[in-house]
Every structure is written in C-alpha cells, then in structure tokens.
Unconditional design. Sequence first.
Length: 301
Amino acid sequence: MNLNQQKHLQELEAEAIFIIRETCAQFEHPVILFSGGKDSIVVTHLAYKAFWPSNIPFTLMHIDTGHNFPETIEFRDKLVEKLNVKLVVASVQESINEGRVKEEVGFNANRNALQTVTLLDAIEEHKFDACIGGARRDEEKARAKERVFSHRDEFGQWNPKKQRPELWTLFNGLKNEGEHFRIFPISNWTELDVWQYILQEELDIPNLYFSHEREVFLRNGQWIANCPWVTLRESEKIEKKIVRYRTCGDMPITGAVLSEASTITEIIREISATHTTERGTRADDRRSETAMEDRKKLGYF
C-alpha cells in the first residue's frame, strides 16, 4: 500500500470516527446494525477506535432471518464476546410466528423483505433513536441517495425527497417523538476501500469471504449455496465449486463467485479488476429495477 492509499484511508477513517462520535453526542440510544458482514465489521471496529480505551457505548443488533450462513453467526458471537458489548437479536421467525409477516413460498421465496417489520418492531421495543449501519453509496443507486444522517419518520419510512442538507459536514439530528435516524459512517467508502482498510487494520472476517469448496447450484446466472431453505427446479443440480462471497446475506439469495482468492491481498487484486458490484450477487436486488429503493422507503436498511 503506497503513501497516497494510506493517506486516503486515514481521511476516511477520521471522517467515519467523527460521524460515530457525533452520533453519540446527538442521540440518546444509538445501536449498531450488525450483520456479520465486512462492512458492519469495519463500522464496529471504527466505533471501537472512536472510544478506546473505553468499551463501545452502543448495543449491537442483528436482524436474524433464520437463513444465515452458520459461519456468520459463529463469527458474530465470537466478536461480541471479544468486544464485551451487548447484543440484541431480533428474529424474523418470531415475527412470522406472531403473524406480523407472512412467509413467502415458491422457488424464489426468501425472507429479505420480511426483515423490515422485524427491524422496525425492534427499534420501537428498545427505543433506539439512531441505527448505525454499514451501507455505502457505491453499493447501489438507491444507497447513493442517502445522507449520512438519514431521517426516518414515525413509521420508520424513508423519503429521499425530504433528506436534510449536510453542508460543511454539519449533521442535523433533530427529530420528533417516534422518529429515528439511520447513520452511515462509511457512506463515502468503496468496496475496495473497505478491503484495503481490513488489510491495514488486520481485521478478522468470516471465512466465507475467502475461497473454499461448497455445494452450490446455478440459478439465473448465480451460484447459490445448497441449504435447507431452497427448493431446486428439475433443471438445477448440485455441484461442488471453489467459490467465495463478496457479501454475506441470506443463504438462499446470496450468490457466490467462482474464485481462487484465499488472502485479502488476492481479494483486493480480484476486486480491482472486476466490473460487477457486490450487490450484483444478491438475487433480491434483481426482483425489479427499483427493488432496493422500494424496500428502503418501507423501512429497510
């Protein structure tokens, strides 16, 4: 890593830490939305650095769909123990059992959209007034419309036309009763920035991100993991492939990429040469041209 790259990462880190500290100053009960993926790991590490040597003053919350990669859950629990932070797990399965949401059926069924109700219920139950997430503007066009302090109304909904200006890095966290904010400290980072930062900070990440052999099948041009929550079509067959993941979503909707990258340096080299975004491996984003924005307007991450 050359000096320009190091300086670039230092600037991104300083901006993110400022945002995290500003969140702590402006809100009474912030929470970090933790998925176990690389972006939420980086955000959690930034929060650790922002308040070291004290503990992270925020709760971590995971919206558990029940369709997670086991490796992600194992990593989550180890990190929570290491950092000595409180973890809240909000269960989509419980939302289904209570009749709050209805399970999808069919070959393309998944629980991604169902997370929204579980998330909003958890925010209300625990009185969280700011949810810190790892979304980045380069991920997807709807993400690019977000402010760093992204306002949500009393129904948890997002209106991209009513976002507040953030000139001169001034963040306005004023809200009415029942409203909350989503906070995105790494908005200005790219996927490559995240990986270079992981390399620089020597962060542990789930082994899903590195090449490994896995049983997968090809669906709509994506390699999907064989798991109990997918129904195979007659034309689909299970194969063993050397793959890795660029994002850690639910098993039935997260596409793997064929890859031999087994180190972070190799991953960085691979990403530098690709023209496909990491969200391009998520089947749920392909449901419509505005799939992500539609979900965000209803309260999604």
